[in-house]
Write a protein that binds this ligand. Structure first.
Ligand code: G3P
Ligand code: CA
Length: 252
C-alpha cells in the first residue's frame, strides 16, 4: 500500500514537471487586428473571423478623427490600406466612411465593432492616436452601463504612455497594458504607476529572464505579433502569458 502511494506521488511529480510553463488553458491567444492574416485588418469582418476561429480576445487600433469619432484603423495615413489619401486624424467621418479597404470593407467606428462583438469575447483597444483616452473611456463606460459588456472584458493598451496615464486618471478600474518596443524592463516603473495588468513587448529578443522579471513584479506578458509555429512555441517556452497573432488558429 505504502509503495502504491509513493508510486502515485512519483507519477504526480513527473506529470507536474512535464506540464509546459503555459498550458493551453492559461495561454491567451489574441486575434491581432481581428484575424488580419485572413481578413482585412481592423474590420468587423476580421473581428468576426477571429471569433469564428475561437479567440477569447481580439485587439484593434483606434484613432480619434477631426469630427470626434473613434475609428478603428492602424496607420496614421489611409494611403496604404484604402483607396484614399491623407492623415486619418484630419478627416471627418463622412470622408472616412467613404473610403474602401481591400476586400470592399469600410473602416468601422469603435462602437460598430463593439456592437458586432456584443460581449461574446474580450477586447483589447489600442490607443493608436493622440487624444483618444477620454473618448474611449466614455465608450467603454457606456457599453458597461447600457449593454451586456463587463468592465473586465476590456483591456486598454498603448505605446503612448501619456494616453494610458490619461485613461487611468479617468478610470481607476479599467485594465491597462503597457506596450513597448524597447527593453520591457524599462516599462515596469510605468506599469507600476499605472497599476497596469500587463507589459506587452515585441517578441523579438524577448528573453525568459525578462519575462520572469516582469512576472516577479506582478505583471502579465502578452507579446506581439507572433505568427509562425516555431515562434509561438518559443514564446510559450519562455513563459509569456499570451500572444497577439494574425492567424490565431495556429496558436489555439
Ligand atoms: O498590441 C500589439 C500590437 O498590435 C502592437 O503593434 O503596430 O500592430 O499596432 P501594432
Ligand atoms: Ca495594435
Amino acid at each position: 500500500m505504502k509503495k502504491m502511494i509513493l508510486g502515485g506521488l512519483g507519477l504526480l511529480l513527473i506529470l507536474t514537471a512535464c506540464k509546459p510553463m503555459n498550458s493551453s488553458d492559461d495561454f491567451l491567444v489574441i486575434g491581432h487586428r481581428g484575424a488580419m492574416g485572413y481578413v482585412t485588418e481592423n474590420t468587423v469582418a476580421s473581428v468576426e473571423k477571429a471569433i469564428d476561429l475561437g479567440v477569447p480576445m481580439v485587439e484593434i487600433d483606434v484613432f480619434r478623427i477631426r469630427s470626434g469619432e473613434l475609428m478603428v484603423f492602424h496607420d496614421d495615413r489611409v494611403d496604404e490600406l484604402t483607396n484614399g489619401a491623407g492623415a486619418i486624424e484630419d478627416m471627418f467621418v463622412t470622408e472616412v466612411k467613404g473610403l474602401t479597404l481591400k476586400g470592399g470593407h469600410q473602416i468601422p467606428m469603435l462602437q460598430e465593432v463593439l456592437d458586432a462583438v456584443d460581449a461574446r469575447i474580450s477586447i483589447n483597444i489600442e490607443l493608436k492616436g493622440a487624444g483618444t483616452a477620454a473618448a474611449v473611456n466614455q465608450v467603454v463606460n457606456y457599453y458597461v452601463q447600457h449593454r451586456d459588456w463587463k468592465l473586465d472584458q476590456f483591456v486598454i493598451s498603448s505605446f503612448r504612455w501619456d494616453e494610458l496615464e490619461a485613461i487611468r486618471e479617468l478610470n481607476p478600474e479599467v485594465a491597462i497594458a503597457v506596450l513597448t518596443e524597447e527593453n520591457p524592463i524599462d516599462a515596469i516603473e510605468t506599469a507600476e504607476r499605472l497599476k497596469a495588468i500587463a507589459i506587452n513587448p515585441w517578441y523579438k529578443n524577448l528573453t525568459a529572464e525578462q519575462v520572469t522579471a516582469i512576472h516577479d513584479k506582478g505583471f502579465k506578458v502578452f507579446t506581439y505579433t507572433v505568427n509562425e509555429l516555431e515562434e509561438i512555441d518559443q514564446m510559450k517556452s519562455i513563459g509569456v502569458d499570451g500572444i497577439f497573432c494574425n492567424y490565431p488558429d495556429r496558436a489555439l
